[in-house]
Design a protein around this ligand. Structure first.
Ligand SMILES: Cc1ncc(COP(=O)(O)O)c(C=O)c1O
Length: 427
């Protein structure tokens, strides 16, 4: 396994705070304060590990996306790619901010409906949607179903009795510079139809009496730190013809480390819309589906240091790990970290989890100031895909999710219990 190592000089407090949600401050005792809540109080009240979400930061990002796209292209919508944080409180909050929701499969569809998202605002995805899932989407009244393959067409033709709006997902042959596991738009991808196949699907759908072809969809991957591939993706779908809707997917990267320089939301939207002005019909609707960049930077995970082990490397072992953050093991994503009450400076440590694998690393080489057992540690930028990929490896209990805003902490998901681990077992 590749463990990402990026040794750096000890970070300043300012550099560290720059990775936390905007407005994160230091209390008089030096401890982090997120959404107005001292993290020491949060850890006391909710235990560790705990996923803390700065609610104001999340709402601000949702508005930045929605307002930013609407200002550039009036006939447009932002659909949150809910796989990045599939929790009913997040669905509800983003729906309140006026967003549509992208769901992949029956589970996310059920969660979105339970959260009260209007079915007409759902975009339903999946490269292997079962007949039951498609039926569920149609019966719920999903606004758009994205056709990924010819079997989707066959199944929908059988299920739909009145009319169902659909898009065709295209694989444009674009390989952005990101981890192979989260690159989806290259030739040979398991997602979508090649340009040639897409033409065939479009012709077939144009002849359908029940499936209403509204347009096309493209999504080239995740954690993309350059705008140029997004522009090429827009050009690729433009070449498929004139449609009412162009769904341009998600994929914008988040800033995880001091060195990351992802394009900002504004720069990303500038690129998409400038290309759309050249390439797409002026009256078409543009949909985008940000996931990671919507939620990553408003989340912070709190851990308790359990052990500090001298040596080369020196280890800090915490009470969580790959059970609550699989991004490191799956994609080699680098995270920074700090002792939550001594922010900035320090010496190099390998921050590791409590699971029975050497690959259970949270940060391979991170500067921590005088870490001791019992210290609280904070890992910023854990709002995307950490909740989604959380698991019970080694019987780990999945952490709670706590929204913080104006000094008020509101738990929205409780911690699992040992009883939860036993709940599905049959006698
Ligand atoms: C169809 C689709 N849209 C949007 C996204 C969101 O991508 P990201 O979280 O990188 O913004 C994904 C992620 O895999 C996806 O598959």
């Amino acid at each position: 396994m590749h463990i990402p190592v990026a040794p750096t000089a000890a970070p300043s407090q300012e550099a560290l705070l720059g990775l936390f949600p905007p407005g994160t401050a230091l209390a008089e005792d030096g401890g982090l304060v997120i959404g107005g809540c001292p993290v020491t109080d949060l850890a006391e009240r909710f235990g560790t590990p705990a996923l803390i979400v700065d609610e104001a930061a999340l709402r601000a990002r949702a508005r930045q996306y929605a307002d930013g796209l609407a200002a550039r292209w009036t006939n447009s919508r932002v659909a949150f790619a809910s796989k990045a944080f599939p929790c009913t409180a997040v669905y509800r909050l983003l729906a309140e901010e006026g967003l549509s929701i992208d769901v992949a499969g029956g589970g996310e569809l059920a969660l979105a409906l339970a959260a009260g998202v209007a079915p007409a605002r759902l975009v339903v995805h999946g490269n292997a949607k079962t007949e039951a899932e498609l039926r569920m989407a149609v019966e719920a009244g999903a606004g758009l179903i994205v056709i990924d393959n010819f079997d989707d067409i066959d199944r929908l033709e059988r299920i739909v009795t009145t009319e169902q709006p659909v898009l065709v997902r295209v694989t444009p042959g674009i390989r952005p510079d990101t981890h192979a596991a989260v690159s989806t738009g290259q030739d040979g991808s398991k997602f979508g139809l090649s340009l040639l196949q897409a033409h065939e699907a479009i012709a077939r759908l144009r002849g359908s009496s029940r499936l209403r072809l509204d347009g096309v969809h493209v999504h080239i991957g995740s954690q993309i730190l350059d705008t140029e591939p997004f522009a090429r993706a827009v050009e690729a779908v433009a070449g498929l013809g004139s449609f009412a809707v162009y769904d341009l997917g998600g994929g914008l990267g988040a800033r995880y480390t001091y060195g990351d320089r992802p394009p900002g939301v504004e720069e990303y939207l500038d690129t998409l819309v400038a290309t759309a002005r050249r390439a797409l019909p002026a009256d078409a609707e543009i949909v985008i589906e940000p996931g990671r960049s919507m939620v990553a930077e408003s989340g912070v995970t709190l851990y308790r240091a359990v052990t500090v082990k001298d040596g080369d490397p020196a280890f800090v072992g915490v009470d969580g790990g790959m059970g609550d953050n699989l991004e490191v093991a799956l994609y080699g994503q680098r995270f920074e970290a700090t002792v939550a009450t001594r922010v900035g400076g320090g010496d190099p440590y390998r921050l590791v989890g409590r699971h029975c694998e050497s690959g259970d690393v949270l940060s391979a080489d991170v500067q921590l100031r005088e870490p001791r057992p019992g210290d609280l540690l904070a890992v910023p930028v854990t709002g995307a895909y950490c909740f989604s990929l959380a698991n019970n490896y080694n019987g780990a209990l999945r952490p709670p999710v706590v929204f913080c805003r104006d000094g008020e902490a509101r738990p929205v998901v409780r911690r699992e219990t040992y009883d939860d681990l036993l709940r599905r077992d049959l006698p």
